[in-house]
Design a protein around this ligand. Structure first.
Ligand SMILES: *[C@@H]1O[C@H](CO)[C@@H](O)[C@H](O)[C@H]1NC(C)=O
Ligand SMILES: *[C@@H]1O[C@H](CO)[C@@H](O)[C@H](O)[C@H]1NC(C)=O
Ligand SMILES: *[C@@H]1O[C@H](CO)[C@@H](O)[C@H](O)[C@H]1NC(C)=O
Ligand SMILES: *[C@@H]1O[C@H](CO)[C@@H](O)[C@H](O)[C@H]1NC(C)=O
Ligand SMILES: *[C@@H]1O[C@H](CO)[C@@H](O)[C@H](O)[C@H]1NC(C)=O
Length: 392
């Protein structure tokens, strides 16, 4: 049984005959109309406590769209930021284009998505949200130009912009919104807010601990260029990295969803900033990481359960790993290869591939198995797609 499923999955990955799932790119009616949205706005989560992390208490993830590593490394704004932090020189995106990479960061798998179309993962697919709930870590995602909290539409053009110009907000670049496990739960979807809320909450001093921050499709570079995105990132980050009071016990991760070139390894420029010891500032780390390291570093820092997916064996950023001693394993990527630039078949691209069952026997970097609810959902399912995950 195991062997035959493994075989058919890899046969599909090799590019076979699978029928695609049907999804729509039509503007959905949404769970919310603007009136309902107003009601959601008032359901603010209360940030009444701070959970202590092993290295830092606050983790902010800022994700830009696409750029090749070498182009990013030549950019002056990013060079200025790199002087204040650690440049990860062996960090890879997962596939192309952007959306499957976002699913990977918060869901531990790309689920075989090969494009930026309108998709939704069923309720029994968990995200980091369930992991956070285990330790009551407050989290939030802020997306620039998202019209209102928990907006689940396909795109949004800010009023006054010409119809033929690109929309500033795109669902495909919004990590948590594609998961019905988030969108069917009020306590989760109230955390999907616009970037305006970030500034308001910063000002009031009540802000979540774990953040995902997404500029709009101009400022992330997708409808502009690398210089625009890099300048946005520098302007955004500088106030926080230049003052100890601001960065105390905070780690900022700046990365790109994917590389621009598809027939080369999918290496992306990634910086760790914030509360970085002086001796590490302006240095590089050559350990192998990828977007699943965002999830594994998160669960490591807060002692959280694992997603039981690719995060379970993904390397933890060295700075955090000094505090939790996960078994990081380096990898050598052949620069002439197109490593992680392939588009693989999975549940979202083929009706012949089953939903990947999480590995219930894998202890992740937070020294815990999957959350109890996730275990209950899947315990009768016989085969985990992630069999190869070893139990550390
Ligand atoms: C997708 O929709 C088309 C047109 O309605 C239909 O013919 C096809 O069978 C559907 N495919 C699947 C996998 O449901
Ligand atoms: C990037 O876009 C900005 C704003 O549109 C423009 O001023 C600049 O010349 C562009 N840079 C490159 C390298 O194309
Ligand atoms: C990881 O492997 C790469 C490629 O072989 C190598 O250049 C790098 O020095 C290694 N890094 C560490 C931390 O072992
Ligand atoms: C995205 O990929 C799916 C699955 O392969 C396919 O059904 C769909 O038509 C694609 N959408 C676009 C917009 O290319
Ligand atoms: C997960 O959800 C899918 C879609 O609703 C369903 O087909 C499947 O049976 C569920 N699996 C489990 C183990 O709950």
């Amino acid at each position: 049984m195991k062997a035959s499923i493994a075989l058919s999955v890899s046969a599909l990955a090799a590019g076979a005959l699978a029928a695609p799932r049907n999804f729509t790119t039509i503007q959905p009616t949404g769970y919310f109309d603007p009136a309902a949205a107003t009601a959601v706005q008032t359901t603010y989560p209360k940030y009444h406590h701070t959970v202590k992390g092993r290295l830092v208490d606050h983790m902010w993830h800022i994700v830009l769209d696409s750029a090749d590593f070498d182009d990013a490394a030549a950019n002056e704004d990013l060079q200025a930021l790199a002087k204040e932090g650690i440049l990860l020189t062996n960090y890879y995106a997962l596939t192309h284009p952007a959306q499957p990479n976002y699913l990977g960061m918060v869901g531990g798998d790309t689920f075989g998505l090969t494009n930026d179309s309108f998709v939704a993962l069923p309720k029994n697919i968990s995200t980091l949200a369930e992991c956070f709930e285990d330790q009551r870590v407050m989290w939030a995602q802020y997306t620039e130009d998202q019209p209102f909290t928990a907006y689940d539409g396909w795109e949004y053009r800010t009023p006054g912009t010409p119809d033929d110009s690109p929309a500033q907000y795109s669902r495909a670049k919004n990590p948590f919104v594609a998961f019905d496990s988030v969108m069917s739960s009020v306590k989760r979807f109230v955390n999907l807010k616009s970037l305006k809320s970030f500034y308001n909450e910063q000002e009031s001093g009540h802000i979540a601990q774990w953040l995902m921050i997404r500029p709009n499709t101009i400022n992330d570079g997708s409808n502009s260029n690398l210089s625009t995105a890099a300048k946005w990132a520098r302007d955004f980050l500088e106030p926080y990295i230049s003052s100890k009071k601001e960065y105390h016990r905070k780690l900022f991760v700046l990365t790109f969803a994917h590389a621009a070139t598809e027939d080369a390894p999918n290496r992306v420029y990634t910086l760790l900033l914030g509360d970085i010891p002086k001796k590490h500032r302006g240095t590089t780390d050559s350990m192998y990481y990828d977007h699943y390291s965002i999830a594994s570093t998160t669960v490591a820092n807060y002692d959280l359960p694992t997603l039981g997916r690719h995060d379970c064996r993904s390397n933890v950023f060295a700075l955090v790993n000094k505090k939790c001693h996960f078994h990081n394993t380096n990898r050598t990527i052949d620069p002439s290869d197109n490593y992680n630039s392939q588009r693989n078949t999975g549940w979202l691209s083929s009706t012949e591939v089953p939903l990947p069952i999480p590995n219930l026997n894998c202890k992740g970097a937070g020294r815990k198995y999957v959350p109890t609810k996730v275990k209950k959902t899947w315990r009768k399912a016989s085969y985990s797609y992630y069999q190869w995950v070893v139990n550390y």
